[in-house]
Design a binder for this molecule. Structure first.
Ligand code: LLP
Length: 383
């Protein structure tokens, strides 16, 4: 919650900026880590959600590994204190230079997404005189029932190795001397709130585990990916960590002895971050009243890109509630944070918070319209 006292302090800073409530971050991490450890699970933090070094360094204190999707993320995660031996590298298009960098850093595992990628990792590892640890990212063809744009584990998606190709990939793997097979990896999508979907993933994992074990490819590690959703309507509510991990505890085959790890991004960092902005103008339209903020899609692109909705709060006003369309200053019609939003009567200069923006917010900012990249402000440095 952003109290009156915090608002006063936020008001002293030039907008727009990201505000991170580090106490909320720590509480979220502590709940997530406790619920995972209680069930014998490991968590890797999905760095793509927020790579701000202050946030990353705090996360390292909770025993999480790192899930990366670029050579730079691998390097950054290790520099922030994540152990290289707990860092994994996924992604459909790893470049040779990125593979080499990760090999030299001795990461835990490459999550390989195609047979061709296995050949390339093998060749580079051979040249460096190393044995590359690899897991196969399998596309389980499980529908995630989330926003179409952030679904990753169905047949139409570019991610992972399709199940019908697995036999050929295993044959290939056997011939590659510079690889060490560690296990399997899945990720079906993001912002998943229907936990039933994970039950379907468990069923698919159980089938694949049996099939691989029968062929002598029993996995040492099973990485089930991330995707746990949050409540964008209620930014102060904790994600359902216990219920989420329980689905896997209950529905993964009890004969599986592999290490089970998760790759959580949004559920760990979204709630602690808000985009703080000022109202530049309140402008009457033909049928609606526009609130024009000094932050736009360049600072938070999710609404423009996915029609995602974030809770918008006017921190300055306690006037009668009215309906507004909240937009940014960018020269695009999609630069809209929300239509018909109920806010207390809003005026030029009011401070506005766009909540649950700690994941996929600051990291997706752009310089379109030659805007400056947003600054970050942390609760512990507020005066
Ligand atoms: N593992 C892999 C392989 C992933 O691709 C992702 C997210 C995660 C883990 C973490 O998922 P999470 O727990 O955060 O749901 N920009 C979009 C989200 C894209 C997610 C991409 N992959 C958004 O703003 O909603």
């Amino acid at each position: 919650m952003i109290t009156r006292e915090i608002t006063e302090k936020l008001g002293k800073h030039e907008t727009p900026f990201y505000y991170y409530d580090l106490e909320m971050l720590r509480e979220t991490l502590s709940v997530a880590s406790g619920e995972a450890v209680n069930r014998g699970f490991h968590v890797h933090y999905a760095v793509k959600a927020n790579f701000n070094p202050v946030i990353m360094k705090i996360i390292t204190g909770y025993g999480f590994g790192a899930d990366c999707v670029s050579g730079n993320e691998v390097e950054h995660a290790i520099a922030c204190g994540f152990p290289a031996g707990e860092t994994v590298f996924a992604g459909v298009g790893k470049s040779d230079a990125e593979i080499e960098k990760a090999l030299r850093l001795d990461i835990k595992c490459f999550n390989a997404e195609s047979a061709a990628e296995l050949d390339v990792i093998d060749a580079i590892a051979g040249r460096l005189g190393k044995k590359a640890p690899v897991a196969l990212r399998i596309n389980p063809n499980v529908e995630a029932h989330t926003i179409k744009h952030i679904t990753t584990g169905t047949d139409e998606n570019k991610f992972g190795i399709r199940i019908p190709e697995l036999e050929t990939v295993l044959d290939r793997l056997e011939g590659l001397q510079n690889l060490r097979y560690r296990g399997i990896h899945f990720h079906i999508g993001s912002q998943i709130t229907d936990l039933h979907v994970y039950r379907n993933l468990c069923t698919r994992i159980n089938e694949l585990w049996q099939w691989l074990t029968d062929r002598g490819f029993g996995p040492e590690d099973i990485n089930v990916g991330g995707g746990l959703g949050i409540s964008y309507d209620d930014p102060d509510r904790f994600p359902q960590f216990a219920e989420y991990f329980d689905v896997f505890r209950k529905h993964l085959d009890s004969r599986i002895q592999s290490t089970i790890s998760f790759e959580l991004g949004r559920s760990l960092t979204a709630n602690c971050g808000s985009l703080v902005s000022r109202v530049l103008f309140v402008k009457p339209g033909a049928a609606e009243t526009f609130v024009i903020l000094d932050a736009g899609m360049t600072e938070l692109i999710r609404p423009a890109l996915y029609h995602a909705s974030h809770r918008i709060e006017n921190l300055s006003s306690s006037g009668p509630v009215k309906k507004y369309t909240v937009v940014g200053p960018i020269c695009e019609t999609t630069d809209t944070f929300g239509r018909s939003i109920s806010l207390p009567e809003t005026r030029r200069g009011d401070l506005v918070a766009i909540r649950s923006a700690g994941a996929y917010g600051e990291v997706m900012a752009s310089r379109y319209n030659m805007r400056s990249l947003p600054m970050a402000l942390f609760s512990e440095e507020l005066q």
